[in-house]
Design a protein around this ligand. Structure first.
Ligand code: UTP
Length: 290
């Protein structure tokens, strides 16, 4: 089967970014000149998927407005002869078929994914977290889709994490069956370092079979009182094959202050229009500090 749909959960409260997220979604914080969630939608589109469901919630209207047409702005830009900006603004609204569903209260990532059930139906689907950015030559999701086409089973993106950081991740237990590919036997959500079955943490990209919905429907609240996707994947790993994939590329948790800063700086350094001047500025700044 082919993966034709992607789900982007973006209904979380973003408490790690308060007070900036008091009245605006963290997924709309800008990384230079594009909101975080636009990078994620672009990754989906570049990976060949055009049907996207964004899980939103209270206070997330700005996400819908961003991907909608903006007739007044388009009129203004046309009048002023700003054709380049006009194309840019229009492109955002035409990028993909974006649908929305609201999660009435943020009861966890697993619960957010469960809200996608009627959109997804009985097909495998991709999940990309609304605040996880991966910079890679070939989009992370496209890399995972390639593996999915071969194995026709659930694939979760994994990354080797420092032992002191394992408590932030779902950690897999399994064996590396070939370079970058793991057969997952079990998963543990946010373990203490001494309980971690490996150093491979699940990151914000998944391709999941629809059987996850029956697992989610019976998943009880776990770590943090939330319905955890990891707990449902744990059930799935007992019933069918689940693979871990160590992707090529660099990931940033842009929902975390330090991760957000790192992503901003590195993206700016890579940009043709900003990079040279920004790098020169950083070099001067650092030489003054040392
Ligand atoms: P996070 O745990 O990073 O998001 O969830 P959060 O809960 O907003 O962040 P903090 O910890 O309070 O700062 C990963 C993704 O899952 C979504 C979030 O919006 C984020 O994009 N999510 C999380 C939901 O859609 N619903 C939830 O109930 C929880």
């Amino acid at each position: 089967m082919k993966v034709k749909k992607a789900v982007i959960p973006a209904a979380g409260l973003g408490t790690r970014f308060l007070p900036a997220t008091k009245a605006q979604p963290k997924e709309m914080l800008p990384l230079i000149d594009r909101p975080i969630i636009q990078y994620i939608v672009e990754e989906v589109v570049e990976s060949g998927i055009e049907d996207i469901l964004i899980i939103t919630g209270r206070g997330k209207r700005a996400i819908e407005d961003h991907f909608d047409c903006s007739l007044e702005l388009e009129y203004f830009l046309r009048e002023k002869g700003k054709e380049e900006w006009l194309r840019e603004v229009r492109k955002i609204a035409q990028m993909a078929n974006i649908h929305y569903v609201r999660q009435c209260e943020p009861r966890g990532l697993g619960h957010a994914v469960l809200c996608a059930q009627s959109f997804v139906g009985d097909e495998p689907f991709a999940v990309l977290l609304g605040d996880d950015i991966v910079m890679a030559e070939k989009p992370c999701l496209a890399q995972m889709l390639e593996l999915f086409e071969e194995v026709q089973a659930t694939v979760v993106a994994v990354e080797r994490v420092p032992l002191k950081e394992v408590f932030r991740y779902g950690i897999i237990s399994g064996e590396e069956i070939r370079t970058r590919v793991f057969a997952v036997h079990d998963l543990v959500e946010k373990p203490k370092p001494e309980d971690a079955p490996s150093r491979w943490g699940v990151t914000g990209r998944y391709i999941i079979t629809p059987r996850v919905f029956s697992a989610l429907a019976t998943t009880r609240p776990g770590a943090g009182g939330e319905i955890q996707l990891t707990d449902a994947l744990k059930v799935l790993a007992k019933e069918e094959k689940v693979f871990g994939y160590a992707f090529y590329g660099k990931r940033y948790d842009a929902g975390d202050k330090l991760g957000y800063l790192k992503a901003t700086v590195e993206l700016a350094m890579e940009r043709e229009d900003l990079g040279p001047a920004f790098i020169e500025y950083l070099q001067t700044l650092l030489s003054e500090r040392i």
